[in-house]
Design a protein around this ligand. Sequence first.
Ligand SMILES: [Zn+2]
Length: 188
Amino acid sequence: MGKHPAKRPAVFIDRDGTLIREKNYLSKIRDVRLIAGAVEALKLLRRAGYALIMVTNQSGIGRGYFTEEQLRKVHLHLSALLKKKGAALDAIYYCPHHPDEDCKCRKPGLGMVNAAKKEFNLDLRRSYAVGDHTNDFLLGQNMGGKGIFVLTGHGRRERKKIESSKGELSPDKTFRNLFAAAKWIARQ
Ligand SMILES: [Zn+2]
């Protein structure tokens, strides 16, 4: 029969502080506010041929601050909001675990990335992970792709951590926000 379909590259996008505004342990849909340029970033990356996968650590569930049902409502709301603006994610993956649980899915662990790789036949070496935490660019580097750091959300605080790491933490690229990162990725 036919050839294997070609593997696609993806952009793994962090949620809080990258796609939507940072809000500690967000659990209410009224607190979902898109970061400026985020919709345009998704549209640009889709046109460039990337699968768009949101990956988010949601330890608020493991800590008992909110339920998976509340999280599902937040994500349904986010998807509806994006759709209204003509954008969309291909999938949303989340890690519900407490950091102490030592799970395989909490970023920068590869559990969510590997699940998406299987579901969407992804080429991780041509893929990117983008976010405002060291965990996000480490995820991109751990998967064999590139890790992009953005300065929205906790980015400015995290940048101090990077600077004091003496080169141990080193994003492949740093941009002021997701849209700036998307413009660069789309040119690669
Ligand atoms: Zn997990």
